[in-house]
Each structure stands twice: as C-alpha cells, then as structure tokens.
Design a protein around this ligand. Structure first.
Ligand code: SF4
Ligand code: SF4
Length: 354
C-alpha cells in the first residue's frame, strides 16, 4: 500500500493543525456552524442509533486518508467495504491503489466530432455511482453552443508540446502551447437541451467536466485540504475529510464540482461495487464530488468510462509525459485550446478541432 502524494508529508503537521484550528472555529462560530455543524451532528446522532454505529462513528472521526498509517488505511477501507456491502447487498471493494509514477494524465476532446448525444454523461453516472434522484448528480455537462459563437480559425489555435519550460520538463505549462484565447464564447449556450435527435446542424457541442487544472483554484480554496492534486496530476477529494463548506465550488471557474445537498439516491441494483477510496465509492450527504478521470480505472491502466462510451471517438486520454500516448499525439498534431485559458488554471483537459 503506498502513500497518496502531493499533500507533502512535511505539510502533515500543518494540515493537522489546520483542521484542528478549523474545527475549533466551527465549534465557536455560529456562522460556520450554520453550514457544517448540523450535518455533522446529525450523522453522529444517527450513527449512535444504528446497527453499524461503531463503524460509522469511527469513520466520522477518522483522519485525512493521505496522512494515515498503512494500518489505519487498512482499517478505514475495511470499515467502508463492510458498510457498503451491507447497504447495497453486494460484495463491494474499495481500492486505494496509488497513482503510477512518471505519469501525468491528460485528456483531449475533438469538438468537430462530438454529436452531443450525452452517452459520456450517462456512462459516467453509472461508473461513478452518482445520485440518480433527489439531488441528481452528473459530473459531465454537455453544452450546446450556437455555431456563430465559434470564431477561431486554425491559425488562432496552437499545437506542439514544449520540451522544456522555465518550470522544468513538465509543470504548469505542460501540454502544448494552448495559452491564447481561442476566440470562442459560451454566450447563448444551453446546458439542458432536450432534443429528440442530435446533432443540431446549427450548434456545436462541448462536454465540460473537471479540467484537472495544473494550478487548481479549488485546492487553494479548501480550508482543510480535503481536496488535493495527486502526483499524476489528478485533483481528488477525501470525502470523509470534506467538511462541506463549498469553498472549492465557488473557486472553480468551470462549475465542475457537485455538492450532495441530500442523501445520494443510488439504487442497489445499479451500484458499481468496484470502487476506489478517492473515486467512485458511494458518497454521503454534505460532501463535494467531481470527475476524477475515473481514478478507479485509470490508476489500473484502463481508460475512463466516458471515453469508452463515446460512439464517435471524440475522446482521447493518456499520459502527457509519453510522446506515444494518444493525448500527446493530439497535442503534437492538432490545433488545441484550453477552456477559459484566461484564468491561468492550466487545465490538462484540451479541446481540439480534428
Ligand atoms: S476544473 Fe475546477 S474542480 Fe477541476 S481542478 Fe480545475 S478548479 Fe478544481
Ligand atoms: S459521448 Fe462522445 S459524442 Fe456523445 S456527447 Fe459525449 S463526447 Fe460527445
């Protein structure tokens, strides 16, 4: 079992102190109590009454997963597997397999191919155990944008992959030279279109999900570091450490984060029992979630579910550090752009015109 990184271990003491200070603040501040304490108190009270009270209370008080010892991780995972298996009536596994070394995950989407069918959205919901009713959660949102809003010519887009930058061989500039405005606006975009047939010839389609920013403002905004970037460049959340303050959601320029306002509704027969601690394990009321590039798949060398579901091959995924990967080939040969590049977030999600 290896350690989850990028919350550096030398930061451990600071993180621990930060959480304690924050919890002290929660206990003493009525304003903070309004957003956090009711759920927390309710969870503990409910847990005390339930059959698996020991499990749930232990889970409530567990530390940040990244900073746990191997033995603590083992116990935390065993608790979760027991609870999910009982709740959903199927043998559930919770992996904590670490991100591979020497990998920086990236994604590229061909906007000239996307037909707006939303198969990626539904595959993502199924794979990642998203709430189906009540608070309906979908990590991918497909925008339908009038063709007039797209003004870029091939010359305004860029291609190529920098061998080096002032930050080293890779870093915030990784993934091509797509730093200039693409000449596209999302004005008039519809996110909730209900067309019987797609594509509509007067529109193009732009699926948006977490852009796995190299400089993620959501990570900076989280007061307890429940959300962090792993060493493969994927921004993750420890759901058990999340306090539900929603600061990360406010900070994200891509509206990529989803909050569980209610208890997630996930029918047992539809639950995917092969889960990862930082990925698709069932979430709870009061916590944040978002796309993880299907961490439960991609850390094991598989493609994300959205890519496999796309009927037109609009999606490419891979290791940005490997010149032979599909995603690098796109960056080398196609004209690409980053969404909202003006925010300086350096997404590792690229759009291109094939
Ligand atoms: S897209 Fe939003 S949630 Fe994803 S890493 Fe960037 S700021 Fe964070
Ligand atoms: S599945 Fe492919 S074509 Fe359909 S909306 Fe998603 S990216 Fe576009």
């Amino acid at each position: 079992m290896s350690e989850e990184n990028n919350v550096k271990m030398e930061d451990a003491a600071e993180l621990d102190a930060g959480r304690r200070d924050f919890l002290k603040f929660v206990c003493t501040s009525s304003a903070a109590a309004l957003v956090v304490a009711p759920e927390a108190a309710e969870a503990v009270v409910k847990a005390a009454d339930s059959a698996d009270a020991d499990t749930t209370v232990a889970e409530f008080f567990q530390g940040h997963f990244v900073l746990m010892s191997d033995e603590e991780k083992k116990q935390a995972i065993a608790r979760l597997e027991k609870r999910y298996t009982a709740k959903f009536g199927k043998e559930t596994t919770v992996s904590d397999v670490a991100a591979p070394d020497d990998v920086l995950f990236g994604y590229a989407l061909d906007m000239s191919k996307c037909i707006g069918c939303r198969r990626c959205v539904h595959a993502c919901v199924e794979e990642n155990n998203q709430s189906r009713e009540g608070t309906v959660i979908q990590w991918i949102q497909v925008m339908k944008i009038p063709k007039g809003n797209i003004s870029f010519s091939a010359d305004e887009l860029e291609k190529g992959y920098p061998e080096k930058s002032q930050f080293g061989d890779y870093g915030v500039q990784v993934g091509g030279n797509a730093y200039h405005p693409a000449g596209m606006t999302t004005e008039g975009a519809q996110s909730y279109y209900q067309d019987e047939t797609v594509p509509d010839k007067d529109f193009f389609y732009m699926p948006v999900q977490c852009q796995q920013c190299e400089k993620p403002p959501c990570v900076k905004a989280c007061p307890v570091r429940a959300t962090f970037r792993d060493h493969a460049g994927v921004v993750l959340i420890d759901y058990n450490w999340c306090i539900g303050c929603r600061m990360c959601q406010l900070a994200c320029p891509y509206q990529a984060r989803r909050f569980n306002w209610g208890e997630p509704q996930l029918p047992a027969e539809e639950m995917n029992p092969k889960t990862h601690y930082f990925g698709n394990r069932p979430r709870m009321k009061g916590v944040m979630e978002k796309c993880t590039f299907c961490v439960q798949r991609t850390r094991e060398g598989r493609n994300p579910a959205c890519l496999e579901a796309c009927p037109v091959g609009a999606r490419k995924f891979g290791n940005l550090l490997d010149p032979e990967s599909d995603v690098r080939k796109v960056l080398e040969t196609k004209r690409v752009f980053r969404f909202k590049e003006e925010f300086g977030t350096y997404p590792k999600f690229f759009y291109y015109i094939g």
